[in-house]
Design a protein around this ligand. Structure first.
Ligand SMILES: Nc1nc2c(c(=O)[nH]1)N[C@H]1C(S)=C(S)[C@@H](COP(=O)(O)O)O[C@H]1N2
Ligand SMILES: [Mo]
Length: 427
């Protein structure tokens, strides 16, 4: 038996050796590292010689141990004091496609991650309604469900960059966003059962976590496309995303997407300081502030290359795919342009895969890099006519005293050695 296996291995090795030799000779598709005697191709590897791990070791699966570097990351500059009011940033440079795996979804909390017993969960709906409701998780799941794909982005994403570049990593620069397929029910169906009273205009949504995170939202938006969701990418919401129920407010500021949703109150006025625990105002150069600024503006960023995924491994003349994400809280992405010279000239990138409203859209551009230094930027535009602004345009309008809604064009300086740096181009 052993002889037979050894013989088989020997002939397999010979077979692969011949193939490797012919691939190298043809010279076309050979990966840069392949040599005719590449042991990684012609020798039987460890994992082929012995049995793998039994399937009952994988009752809830984990990524390969070789992917241990692909994790959320925290930074003290991005927390408000401690790790209970903080944010764990999504490694968007590591993602493929448009869905964030649940273990990597960014996590922004103001009072820690609440762990809620689903049997004790209740959602209270009251205020200007004919019939106040108290719903259990089971009651909510009785409604026919819908699944939708939307990003959630904190308006503070990129907030460190108003005056000058701060972070030389994409993860800390733009990782305050993620995208999932959410399953739940449109809030309008539940509110219909409660019966909204004449004159109602505003909704207060509140979490049952330690921070409560009360937010004021116009009833019109809630009745348009807001949902209460219980599933994220095919499984129950993760505790970090608000298990067992969160509010989903497609395309609008992340902070409105109340996690661990406990209470919805309908009223005729926006709520004030006492109930509304956080403020997300926009300070204008005039000294006046915009109180409400809800939709996330059209935006994009190149995710490969980026400071975390440089081109240091490339050789002169290599053909490489430039990739990135574009999104708009106003609707679908219509197109993305790429500039190699800091925004003087633009070419059109290709949109890859699904192009959905209020959703991350992946773009791509195939490029032959001759080792020349580049100033690489992307500029997105959406279906309702918004174009991603330059830094000059954005700062000209908003000044630099803001935190929120920074959606100006991002530029990567690609050096001749393939290193990538976060720079800002101003006139
Ligand atoms: N109950 C509650 N909901 C919350 C928060 C919170 O701290 N508590 N943080 C908000 C903020 S500021 C953002 S940006 C999003 C982040 O969602 P995520 O943690 O699922 O990525 O949740 C929002 N919902
Ligand atoms: Mo946020």
């Amino acid at each position: 038996m052993k002889r037979e296996i050894d013989n088989k291995r020997e002939s397999r090795r010979g077979f692969l050796k011949n193939i490797a030799a012919s691939v190298v000779a043809a010279g076309t598709l050979a990966p840069s590292l392949l040599k005719a005697d590449d042991p990684n191709l012609i020798e039987e590897p460890e994992w082929g010689k012995k049995l793998g791990l039994p399937v009952d070791k994988y009752l809830y699966g984990q990524p390969s141990p070789y992917e241990h570097n692909v994790v959320r990351r925290v930074h003290e500059l991005l927390s408000s004091g401690d790790m209970y009011a903080s944010v764990a940033m999504c490694p968007i440079h590591e993602l493929d496609g448009i869905i964030t795996p649940n273990g990597l979804f960014f996590n922004r909390c103001h009072g820690g991650v609440a762990i809620i017993d689903p049997n004790k969960y209740r959602l209270l709906i009251h205020g200007m309604v004919e019939k106040p409701l108290v719903l259990t998780l089971e009651d909510i799941k009785k409604y026919p469900s819908e699944s939708v794909i939307h990003f959630i982005e904190c308006p503070a994403n990129g907030s460190t960059e108003w005056r000058a570049p701060q972070f030389n990593t994409l993860q800390f620069l733009k990782g305050m966003m993620s995208q999932a397929e959410w399953t739940g029910v449109r809030l309008k169906h539940i509110l219909k059962d409660a019966g909204i009273k004449e004159g109602a205009k505003w909704v207060l949504a509140e979490g049952s976590d330690n921070s409560h995170m009360g937010r004021t939202i116009p009833l019109e938006k809630i009745l348009d496309d807001a949902m209460v969701v219980w599933a994220q990418n095919g499984e129950a919401l993760r505790p970090e995303q608000g298990y067992p129920i969160r509010l989903l407010v497609p395309g609008w500021e992340g902070n409105l997407n109340i996690k661990w949703l406990g209470r919805i109150e309908i009223g005729d006025k926006p709520w004030h300081a006492k109930e509304e625990t956080s403020k997300y105002t926009m300070l204008m150069p005039s000294g006046k502030a915009i109180r409400f600024f809800w939709p996330m503006e059209v935006n994009s960023v190149i995710t490969r290359p980026c400071p975390d995924k440089p081109w240091t491994h490339l050789k002169k003349g290599d053909v490489v795919e430039i990739e990135g994400l574009a999104w708009s809280g106003h609707g679908r992405i219509k197109g993305v342009d790429i500039s190699f010279d800091g925004g003087k000239n633009w070419v059109e990138a290709k949109l890859k895969g699904l192009v959905l409203p209020k959703a991350w859209t992946r773009f791509s551009y195939i490029y032959k890099w001759e080792g020349e230094p580049l100033l690489l930027s992307s500029r997105a535009y959406d279906e309702v006519g918004n174009v991603q602004p330059t830094i000059d345009q954005e700062v000209g309008k908003m000044g630099v005293e803001n935190i929120y809604h920074r959606n100006a064009i991002v530029t990567w300086e690609v050096k001749a050695n393939g290193e990538v740096h976060n720079v800002q181009i101003r006139s």
